[in-house]
Ligand binder design. Sequence first.
Ligand SMILES: Nc1ncnc2c1ncn2[C@@H]1O[C@H](COP(=O)(O)OP(=O)(O)O)[C@@H](O)[C@H]1O
Ligand SMILES: [Mg+2]
Length: 278
Amino acid sequence: MSSVDDPERRVLELERKCENLTRQLEKVKAEQVTYLQNVSHQLVAPLNAIKWHIENLTEARLSVDRAKKVLRSIYSQSTIAVHLAKNFALMSNLEEDHALTALKEPLQSVPLCPLLINLADDFQPLGWDKSIQIGVDSTTFEKAPPVLVMKPLISQAFSNIIENAVKYSDSDSEIRITGIHDSSAGTVTVEVTNRGIPLPKNFADVFERGFRSPEAKNKYPAGTGFGLYIARRIVELHEGKITANMTKHGFVTFAVTLSVKGLEGKARVRDPKDRTAS
Ligand SMILES: Nc1ncnc2c1ncn2[C@@H]1O[C@H](COP(=O)(O)OP(=O)(O)O)[C@@H](O)[C@H]1O
Ligand SMILES: [Mg+2]
């Protein structure tokens, strides 16, 4: 008798399938618990630091200089907390493969230079803690036209790259952000270059979900290995390209290439009069 006709065998097969599915479900549940623990652990760290700095501010004899330093640290830690919270929100969307949900975000014509200057300003106080200077070379963007993108998403992709550059750079170093406009291809490429811990042997591994190199694990703020995965998914949603590279002198460059016309014709373009979207 063939296995299809043998009811006992069929039951056994179904039982085995059921066991497999239960095991898979348990694994996913365990991963979710670990992920949530990681999320809360990471958010608690900057929030605790902020609390501790505020306590410092209440000290009776605090000099103005010291107060300024403490306020700067509060600003840095708040930047980390906001950055993490945005990533966690994006992560839950991407996990569900909500490409279409994301596409509901209207496209906006975004000049990249001011966006990158704002991000650099946001992360600069964190850089000062390690004497790191973040410089946006605005002259390289002079000829670059605005790109049609989902602004909050693209901003978070660059934010993840810049946060890494600050976190993984050597002290007393410089982070350079430059632009390249390729008029014949109709693209703008943004390059973020820093010098610090090395990339893994296979550079592209950094874009895999959860990847963290051993060198990265000793750095503060602690990471999850989701930042560049999120950045890659966002850039792919825009049909752009993201790469990581390292020179033999140890300079690490992340390059993001976006089409000037973006997803024109594929997603809703924001009406300039619409003030509801940021
Ligand atoms: N600028 C960089 N220089 C060297 N390695 C980097 C850099 N940016 C990212 N990486 C590597 O890629 C890994 C993944 O980055 P990311 O997804 O942002 O996760 P996380 O920062 O939480 O570890 C990092 O752990 C690190 O090993
Ligand atoms: Mg990161």
